[in-house]
Design a binder for this molecule. Sequence first.
Ligand code: FE2
Length: 188
Amino acid sequence: MRKSLQTFGLSLFIVLAFLVIGIGFLFGIDNPVPWIMIAVLVALPVIHKKMTSRQFVSWDNSLSVGIQAIDDEHQKLLTLINNLQTAVLYPTGESFERQALSELVDYTKYHFEREERLMSDYGYPDYEAHKKQHEEMIVKVTRFLDSYEMDREGTIDELTGFLKNWLIDHIAGTDQQYSQFLREKGVK
Ligand SMILES: [Fe+2]
């Protein structure tokens, strides 16, 4: 949902809640409705924090490929994903959003090149298939970036979701497949 629409919806809800509280107390202090609304308003920041925290990603050992240099880069990708998620969820402004997006895309390309070089140097048998996955992802991201330039607010949510889900799935899945091979070749 667009940030301006979300802010409008939340503001409208708070105004209506205060109206309900005011009118509710006109029917007596023992009327439960205004008290329920007060409880909802008090709980709102906690509910909001819980809902937004689920959008962020965090590192855990199941994502490790057992190669420190690659794990470091994957962790940096997670940090950049969270920066972009911050731009999507909070009113950080267009320049922060654009910078977070370009940093994530640029670092993804850099990381893919590093991974590909490593797989190629050590003769990883599934190198071509893995490289193809990287290339297909970049093609999709490039299309998304074109759409973003035409409709920034209408594209950013879907683009962020794509980057986040694709990268996490890839790190947790395809990247794990080269782990044993490269470690047996002595890569640490
Ligand atoms: Fe990869």
